[in-house]
Ligand binder design. Structure first.
Ligand SMILES: Nc1nc2c(c(=O)[nH]1)N[C@H]1C(S)=C(S)[C@@H](COP(=O)(O)O)O[C@H]1N2
Ligand SMILES: [Mo]
Length: 558
C-alpha cells in the first residue's frame, strides 16, 4: 500500500509532458531564429511526410485546410495549407513529448528502488533526444549551421527537458511520500497542486518568452516569392508583353532588387565599406593591382539577367531570385594581372571573412564569370554585396562571395567557407521545377466554352537549358506545359499549363527536362528523388494542392 501510494499516477506524467513540451519547442524556435539552429518539429514533420504514404498526409492537410477556411483562418489557400502543416507538425511533436513524459513516469514507477539522482534524466534525454537528432541530421531542412553545433544545441535542450521531467517526477513522488507521514494530508495535497501550477507557470513563461522573442526579433525568415498579375507589373523587362504570358500568381520573372533573397553569415548589422575602398589583387601574379570601384566600372563590361539560388533553398522555396547583373569578366582581369605559371586558383575573401576559391581553369573556360558591381544598373545594394561580388554560372550562391575585400592568386584550390562545413564541394545547381500557382482566380472560358484554370511556375537548371516541362494532375498522365523564352542562358524558365476545370481538391505535380549536352541525346529528366538541401542542394518533384470550388460564373449564367 505504502509503496503503491508513493508512485505518482500516470496522469501526472501526461500533465508534466503537456506543459513542458511547449517550452522545449519555444526554445528550439528561439534557437532557430537567433542562431539558425534546427527547428525539430518541422524537420520531424518533413521526415514523417517522407515515410508516410503521400495520400495520408494530403488527406490530413486537406481536412485541416478545409476547417481553417471554414472558420475564416485562411485568407488564401497557400496560407491555410502552410498553417495546417505547421499546426500538424507542432501538434505531433507535442504529442510525442507527452508520450515520452508519460512513459518516463511509467518506467520510473516500475523501478524497484527509486533513483533520486539525475541519472534517469540523462537516460531519458538520450532515449528521447537521440532519435530526433538523427532525424534532423537526415532531413536537415531548417538549419544550415554546422552539425556539431546543431548536435550540441539539441543535446543541451533534450538534457534540459530530461532534467525538468525528472525533477517533476521526484518532486511529486517526494510530496506523495510526505503525505503519508503528514498528519494533515490535505495540506500536502495542495502543495502538489501548487507544484503542478508552478511547474506549468514556469513552462508557460519560457514558452511565451521564447515564442515572443522569436517572433519579434527573428531575422532569418524567408521572404515570400514576389508574384504579380503579369511580368509586366514588375516594369523591369522590355519584353514583358511578348511571348507566353505567365499564369496569374507566378513569381515575377525579374525579382525587384529590394526583394532579392539574402543569405550570409553576418548576424547583426551590415558591413562598413570605406569610401576609399580599393580591391587588391595580389599573390602569384606578375602585375599586382589595387583598383578603385570607379576604375573597375571604367573597364569593358558585360551585363546579363541571372538567376541565383542558395543551396539551402528547398524545392519550391524562395531563396532564389533573378536580376540583371553587370561586371567585368575575370578573363579580362587575369589578362591584366598576369598570373604566374604556379597560380591555380583565386582565393577570395569577403569583409565578413567568408572565403571561397575559384580555379583559374574554370575562369579560362568561361568568360561569363564576372566581378560584379551593379544590379539592375545601379551599385550593388549593401545587403547583396556592395561594392563587389563574383558571379559563377551554374553554381549555388555559397560558392560566390559578396563584399569582396581581397583576391589573391594561390597555388592550390582549397575548400571554402561552406565546403569546410560539410556542404557540396562543387555546389552545381540541380534541375528543379516548381508549381507557383493554380490560378483559381483567373479561370476563363476558351472558344469552345470549356472552362480552363491556368497553372504555372518556374523551372531552372543553372546555365543548362530547360527544354521541356511536364505537369500531372491527381496522378494522371504527364502532359507538356507551355514555356516562355528565358531572359538569358542563366535564368529560370516560366512555364504555364491551362487545365480543363474540375471542381474538387487537386494535386498538381511538375517536372522538367534539361538539354542533353550530346545534341543527339534525349533531354534529361530532373532528379525526381526527394532529397533535403544538405549537402548537395534539394531535389524532388514539387507539388501543390488546390481546392477548386464550383464556378460562380457558371451558376450565374446557368
Ligand atoms: N561575403 C559573403 N559572401 C557570401 C555569403 C556570405 O555569407 N558572405 N553567402 C553566400 C551564400 S550562401 C549565398 S546563397 C549568396 C546569397 O547572396 P544574396 O544574399 O545577395 O542573395 O551569397 C554568398 N556569398
Ligand atoms: Mo547559400
Amino acid at each position: 500500500m505504502d509503496k503503491f501510494i508513493k508512485k505518482p499516477p500516470l496522469w501526472y506524467g501526461i500533465i508534466v509532458g503537456a506543459v513542458a513540451t511547449p517550452a522545449l519547442m519555444a526554445v528550439m524556435f528561439l534557437g532557430e531564429r537567433f542562431a539558425g539552429m534546427p527547428f525539430v518539429p518541422f524537420d520531424f514533420f518533413n521526415w514523417i511526410a517522407r515515410i508516410l504514404p503521400g495520400a495520408l498526409i494530403t488527406f490530413g492537410i486537406d481536412s485541416m485546410v478545409d476547417t481553417l477556411i471554414a472558420v475564416g483562418l485562411g485568407a488564401n489557400l497557400d496560407d491555410a495549407a502552410k498553417t495546417a502543416e505547421r499546426i500538424m507538425a507542432l501538434t505531433i511533436f507535442w504529442g510525442i513529448g507527452v508520450l515520452a513524459s508519460t512513459a518516463f513516469f511509467a518506467l520510473m514507477n516500475r523501478l524497484s528502488k527509486r533513483d533520486f539522482s539525475n541519472i534517469p534524466a540523462f537516460v531519458f534525454a538520450a532515449l528521447f533526444g537521440l532519435p530526433f537528432i538523427a532525424i534532423v541530421a537526415n532531413v536537415n531542412i531548417t538549419s544550415a549551421a554546422p552539425f556539431y553545433m546543431q548536435w550540441t544545441w539539441l543535446g543541451m535542450l533534450y538534457l534540459g527537458y530530461g532534467v525538468a521531467v525528472n525533477w517533476a517526477y521526484m518532486s511529486l513522488a517526494a510530496s506523495l511520500a510526505t503525505e503519508l507521514t503528514s498528519s494533515r494530508p490535505e495540506v500536502e495535497g495542495i502543495n502538489r497542486r501548487q507544484f503542478i501550477i508552478r511547474f506549468g507557470g514556469a513552462s508557460a513563461t519560457i514558452t511565451l518568452i521564447g515564442a515572443g522573442l522569436g517572433q519579434a526579433f527573428g531575422f532569418s525568415d524567408e521572404p515570400s516569392p514576389v508574384t504579380g498579375d503579369a511580368v509586366a507589373s514588375a516594369g523591369l523587362i522590355p519584353n514583358a508583353e511578348e511571348g507566353l504570358q505567365p499564369a496569374k500568381g507566378t513569381r515575377l520573372e525579374v525579382t525587384p532588387v529590394e526583394n532579392h533573397y539574402r543569405i550570409d553569415i553576418l548576424s547583426g548589422g551590415l558591413p562598413n565599406i570605406p569610401t576609399d575602398y580599393k580591391l587588391p589583387i595580389t599573390g602569384l601574379v606578375a602585375n599586382p593591382v589595387q583598383w578603385s570601384l570607379d576604375e573597375i566600372k571604367a573597364m569593358p563590361s558585360i551585363t546579363e539577367y541571372i538567376t541565383m539560388s542558395c543551396i539551402s533553398n528547398r524545392v519550391g522555396g524562395s531563396l532564389i531570385s533573378t536580376t540583371k547583373w553587370t561586371g567585368v569578366s575575370f578573363q579580362q582581369i587575369l589578362e591584366q594581372v598576369q598570373p604566374d605559371e604556379s597560380a591555380v586558383a583565386l582565393k577570395i575573401i569577403g569583409v565578413d571573412n567568408f572565403d571561397e576559391y575559384v580555379s583559374l581553369d574554370l575562369i579560362r573556360a568561361d568568360e561569363r564569370i564576372m566581378l560584379t558591381y551593379a544590379w539592375d544598373d545601379a551599385d550593388l545594394p549593401l545587403r547583396n554585396g556592395y561594392p563587389l561580388r563574383i558571379h559563377i554560372p551554374n553554381h549555388y550562391g555559397m560558392k560566390q562571395p559578396k563584399w569582396i575585400q581581397s583576391i589573391e592568386l594561390v597555388s592550390s584550390e582549397e575548400r571554402g567557407y561552406w565546403v569546410r562545413r560539410g556542404w557540396s564541394e562543387q555546389a552545381i545547381v540541380n534541375a528543379t521545377s516548381v508549381v507557383d500557382t493554380i490560378a483559381d482566380d483567373a479561370v476563363y472560358q476558351d472558344e469552345n466554352g470549356q472552362w480552363l484554370v491556368p497553372m504555372g511556375g518556374i523551372a531552372w537548371a543553372g546555365d543548362r537549358e530547360i527544354v521541356r516541362v511536364e505537369v500531372r494532375v491527381d496522378n494522371g498522365a504527364w502532359v507538356e506545359a507551355q514555356l516562355r523564352d528565358t531572359l538569358s542562358d542563366r535564368t529560370w524558365r516560366i512555364w504555364r499549363y491551362d487545365w480543363a476545370f474540375q471542381e474538387g481538391t487537386h494535386n498538381i505535380e511538375v517536372r522538367c527536362y534539361e538539354a542533353n549536352p550530346d545534341a543527339q541525346g534525349d533531354a534529361i529528366l530532373q532528379p525526381t528523388e526527394t532529397r533535403g538541401t544538405r549537402p548537395d542542394g534539394a531535389t524532388g518533384i514539387h507539388s501543390k494542392q488546390e481546392i477548386l470550388r464550383a464556378l460562380e460564373t457558371e451558376s450565374a449564367e446557368g
